[in-house]
Design a protein around this ligand. Structure first.
Ligand code: SAM
Length: 218
């Protein structure tokens, strides 16, 4: 990916004031947040506010997460250059683009056809060539490319979908907002054989994960 996209001063300020100021120090995550042009993932006119400290609408009643939450969840995955990561909820494609700068391969699943098509175009525009978009119900995971060193769910789930737990590699991590349809807590699972350790990382607010192992449509 070419790091020289317009609005780099706004990205530098975003990283300094919203992300480093809240305690995120991983230099690889900070560099990816500085490089990836968030404004290219947000439809007009909200793209003007792309570097503000807030989630924004991306159409079809869906949102792109606040930059700090993207950086926080990315860091919690402990991404390594050799990793394969699965994302559930492609949305705009922005989180996948951040991951694509940090790991070997990213698969991202989106259930809404038009949203998936826009994410694909956005990812192509920034040459995120190691990302594959899959249309479907991400609560089932994506067995053909499993196991994954990291799984990130970017929609609110009542519990961690069982099929996703089985697709985590040994020593791999899963990050997800777990709770009700309004408020959730960030949960991190780490797999050790048949055992999973669990950490909690504070309150968040995501749109619901809709699917067989998530919420019903309405
Ligand atoms: N990660 C996204 C980004 O960087 O823009 C933001 C994700 S948005 C908060 C949540 C997305 O999850 C929506 O696009 C929604 O359609 C999608 N979604 C909800 N349930 C899903 C499911 N079962 N499988 C795949 N995608 C799902």
């Amino acid at each position: 990916m070419t790091p020289q996209y317009p609005r780099s001063d706004e990205r530098r300020r975003m990283v300094e004031q919203q992300i480093e100021a809240r305690g995120i120090t991983d230099p690889r995550v900070l560099a990816a947040m500085r490089d990836v042009p968030r404004h290219l993932f947000i439809p007009s006119p909200c793209d003007q506010d792309a570097y503000a400290d807030t989630p924004l609408p991306i159409g079809n009643n869906q949102t792109i997460s606040q930059p700090y939450i993207v950086a926080l969840m990315t860091g919690l995955l402990h991404p390594k250059a050799t990793d394969t990561v699965l994302e559930i909820g492609a949305g705009s494609g922005y989180q996948a683009a951040i991951l694509s700068a940090l790991v070997r391969k990213v698969i991202t699943i989106e259930r809404i056809k038009e949203v998936a098509a826009r994410a694909k175009a956005n990812l192509e525009a920034v040459h995120a060539d190691n990302v594959t978009i899959v249309l479907g119900d991400g609560t089932l995971g994506y067995p053909p490319a499993a196991p994954y060193n990291g799984i990130i769910i970017t929609a609110a789930t009542p519990e961690i979908p069982g099929p996703l737990k089985t697709q985590i590699a040994e020593g791999g991590r899963l990050v997800a907002p777990v709770g009700d349809r309004i408020l959730q807590e960030l949960v991190v699972l780490e797999r050790h054989g048949d055992r999973f350790t669990e950490e909690r990382h504070g309150g968040v607010r995501f749109v619901p994960l809709i699917g067989e192992h998530g919420w019903e449509e309405n």
